[in-house]
Design a protein around this ligand. Structure first.
Ligand code: MG
Length: 174
């Protein structure tokens, strides 16, 4: 008898959130990045709205998939379980590796071009939690996670921008 494969979406969602937390990333810290990225455009933006946008982004299956994959690779790297020379490349966050950024871009892709601009900004300036994840002295390896968290924040920025645009159009009666 063929066993049919069926996946519980709630398990994927809760695993992604649990692993984010297990790897030391709080949703509030991602919301802070969103606040930094968007407050100059929307002076009335609240931390609660930023947190809500982060949760929206994290509710997408594409985002959860990318997080789980990236975190798994980071953990295997910490355990020294990758094949050479991949192991060395990921331990040292080799600049020309690039697949970490590509996986993160699969998140940004879901939210369109504003997300790309913010992703580039976070990647260059590494504020807050991104600086901590990128710190090579902690002994932890977050070669994938730093880009993924930046991508979640960038996507939440994009979500807010689109939301605010829709609100503005609604009040103008467009
Ligand atoms: Mg990286």
């Amino acid at each position: 008898m063929v066993r049919t494969y069926s996946l519980d979406s709630k398990k994927v969602a809760s695993a992604a959130l649990e692993w984010l937390s297990a790897r030391g990333v709080q949703l509030e810290e991602i919301a802070e990045l969103v606040m930094q990225g968007q407050s100059e455009y929307y002076p009335n933006l609240s931390v609660e709205q930023c947190l809500e946008a982060v949760k929206r982004v994290l509710s997408k299956r594409e985002v959860q998939n990318a997080l789980l994959l990236g975190i798994q690779i980071d953990i295997l790297t910490e355990q020294g379980k990758l094949m050479p020379p991949l192991q060395e490349m990921l331990v040292h966050d080799e600049k020309l590796f690039g697949c970490d950024e590509i996986l993160a871009l699969s998140i940004v892709n879901v939210y369109g071009s504003i997300g790309f601009t913010n992703f580039g900004f976070f990647d260059k300036t590494k504020p807050g939690v991104l600086d901590r994840l990128n710190n090579k002295e902690s002994g932890e390896i977050h070669t994938f996670l730093d880009d993924l968290v930046g991508a979640v924040a960038a996507s939440a920025c994009s979500y807010i921008a689109h939301r605010k645009q829709a609100e503005a159009e609604a009040t103008m009666g467009v």
